[in-house]
Write a protein that binds this ligand. Structure first.
Ligand code: BV8
Length: 251
């Protein structure tokens, strides 16, 4: 059983306090999507160097498209819906008396479908395509192939999933660091803390601010010792409980 939130009063930001939340694949696990580094996870079945780098796409675009087509198809199936953790973060955004920014590493659209608005997909989203030739970005919920034609430049072969591959710069980093520099609470949810720059956010917050830091994960992440507070257990239990504790201070 997860520890019940042990948030001390000192850990509740003041009304008007700014909260930055980082999520990873663990928050989508109970919705039925695989994580990357858990036993049996995505990277245990395929090498990231073969499907999630610009070099892999240049070498074998069909293989990369097949990888994302498989994940998009799973994501479209009916039983993949936002879970109680996604919905709790929407409630926090709506009811917290201050700014809440959600930064997700996830390329699924479960936070969007749950209703999160102040949301940054720092690694992009696989339900969009981007054209390597003209930069045009467009919604793309279905399968993608090298034959598909870009509606921006009418050429085929340039379309790729609008995600950030290894070796590429994550999106909206300026806006993210600006939020980290001025936050009062940094919460990390469902991430192993393996992938940078996201894995470095907690250290950056500690260096730049006096913010409180909390990790909500199934088990201690690579950065666990950097967090002032931690609650371990399934996100659908720890996240709603933690949001209740935060909101109770102002209700
Ligand atoms: C960059 C999109 C520089 C694609 C992803 C060589 C060259 C360049 C860079 C590097 C290099 N070598 C290393 C790097 C840095 C590299 C990096 O960090 N590599 C790692 C592997 C060491 N980073 C980059 O390349 C980044 N870019 O550095 O650019 C640059 C600078 C200037 C100019 C240009 C470039 C880009 C990184 C982004 C890569 N794209 N995803 C896709 O998804 O297909 S990363 C990928 O990992 C996913 O986004 C994923 O979200 C992310 C992190 O993984 P997690 O979300 O944490 O998932 P994981 O499975 O690891 O953990 C899940 C956790 O959940 C576990 O802890 C588990 O316990 C927990 N959990 C499980 N179930 C539950 C749960 N928790 C709660 N409840 C549950 N039920």
């Amino acid at each position: 059983m997860p520890q019940s939130p042990t948030v001390s009063l000192a850990a509740i930001p003041p009304a008007g306090g700014r909260i930055v939340i980082l999520t990873g694949a663990g928050i989508s696990k109970e919705s039925g999507l695989e994580t990357f580094r858990d036993p049996g996870g995505i990277w245990s079945k395929v090498r990231l160097e073969d499907v999630a780098t610009p070099e892999a796409f240049a070498r074998d675009p069909a293989r990369c498209h097949a990888f994302y087509n498989m994940r998009r198809a799973r994501h479209r199936s009916m039983d993949v819906q936002p879970n109680a953790a996604h919905h709790a973060l929407v409630r926090l955004e709506k009811e917290w008396p201050g700014d809440v920014l959600l930064v997700t590493q996830n390329v699924d659209s479960l936070h969007d479908r749950a209703g999160s608005k102040n949301l940054i997909h720092m690694h992009g989203i696989y339900t969009q395509a981007r054209c390597n030739d003209c930069g045009h970005a467009l919604d793309w919920p279905g399968d993608m192939s090298v034959e598909d034609i870009c509606s921006g430049c009418s050429r085929a072969g340039g379309l790729r999933p609008n995600v950030v591959w290894f070796g590429e710069m994550p999106m909206q980093m300026e806006r993210i660091y600006e939020a980290l520099r001025s936050c009062d609470l940094f919460i990390s949810i469902g991430t192993s803390g393996n992938v940078y720059p996201a894995a470095g956010f907690v250290a950056a917050v500690r260096k730049m601010t006096d913010a409180h830091t909390a990790e909500l994960n199934l088990e201690p992440s690579q950065g666990a010792t950097l967090f002032a507070e931690a609650h371990y257990g399934p996100a659908t239990q720890t996240v709603p409980a933690y949001v209740d504790t935060l909101l109770a201070a102002y209700q």
